[in-house]
Design a binder for this molecule. Sequence first.
Ligand SMILES: [Fe+2]
Ligand SMILES: [Fe+2]
Length: 470
Amino acid sequence: MSIDYSERIPNNVNLANDRALQRALEHWQPRFQDWWREMGPSDFAAADVYLRTATGVDAQGWATYGAVKMPDYRWGIFLAEPVPGRTIGFGDNLGQPVWQQVPGELRSQFRRIIVTQGDTEPASVEQQHLLGHTCPSLYDLRNLFQVNVEEGRHLWAMVYLLHAYFGRDGREEAEELLTRHSGDVDKPRILGTFNEPINDWLSFFMFTYFTDRDGKFQLKSLAESGFDPLSRTCRFMLTEEAHHMFVGETGLGRVVKRTLEVMKELGTDDPQVVRAHGAIDLHTIQRYMNFWFTSSMDLFGSEVSSNAAGSFANGVKGRPDEGQYQDHICAEATYELETPQGKESVSLRNAMNEVMRASYIKDCEIGVKRWNMQIQRAGFDFRLALPSSRFGRSIGVWAGVPTSPAGDGIGPEEHAMRLPEWMPGESDRAYVRSVMQRVVEPGKMAGWIAPPDRGINNLAVDYEYVRLRE
Ligand SMILES: [Fe+2]
Ligand SMILES: [Fe+2]
């Protein structure tokens, strides 16, 4: 099944054979385009951007690259190839054939999950609406826009599922996905992290490292779903998501690299001196990391959740990489949970959110290790660290419990007093914003970030990745 680009909505789901569905989606399309014009990357509609576009859904050669004006990007509907004879891999329906339609009794559960996932995609585009104006380089500007158009496509993916499998309710939900807006007082996005402003590029790299990685784990668990169209949709989205996390990991690595260059040059790790020379001190990087990591941790939900247990039992949502486990039923197994009251043994099914969060944390540690190696090689003692999962939480058993970043319980006064050491404050944000100066000469970088090791798709770093029309 190749992608048909002669269609108004490029797709590999045989849309032309389902006139009613095609009409409904063609009706939604101009509303999406209006939303993109209004809420997408502002003022860059005329720029030629070196973007990749999906041309197939197999592992090799799924993308072509070329200069595209973003409003002309071909958003479409792409599902990974079906796996012949696929069966449900977990829960009470283990081993049964996967569903090609949503089972009636699971309809509201599936709808809620698809709407929640779908809501995050346009939310992130809205959060990054103004970032283009302060890009540190054309290379970075291009990466931002690539991430933005793909998040737009992920919205398409969820809207397709809503239209194709949920009838009138689904069409209504698809409309709502364009009327809620990130940070809106009356109609905010569903999940907290997606209402946080992203006004600077350090936040953008933190977001793509930590929050897109939450997306990776959500998509991985939905790729296990017994509802096959959802599984196939998420499997293809994961191929695009990898680039978003690459942007975050390499972006943060380049910020650290530049900071270390300045520290070595000046022979000091004094944050004020580092700032006076236009770089972002490691303490500030740590505080931003604390903020985005803890906020993203909340996205996994409560440690103990009957909802999560139900989704697992019913075959709605598995664990990321379910194949790595021996026991796929988990009816008898228990999980040792750390709570403020001490250790507690809960049913494993009820602890599925926590299982997912634990694999997420492990994945987050990989980049941190790499950045610490950079710091060590530069000869400095400072080490970045992910805060404890108890720290700074707003959801779950640790919500509102005052702890240090290491997770040790402390009094509320000490917590309040030391919070400016641990979380970014107004002066940090103001400083970071002050170095966000727009750099758009090909190959040039802003002073707070090192150049990337290589360009996109084997092109040079100084390639003109975005041709701006003034
Ligand atoms: Fe996405
Ligand atoms: Fe993403």
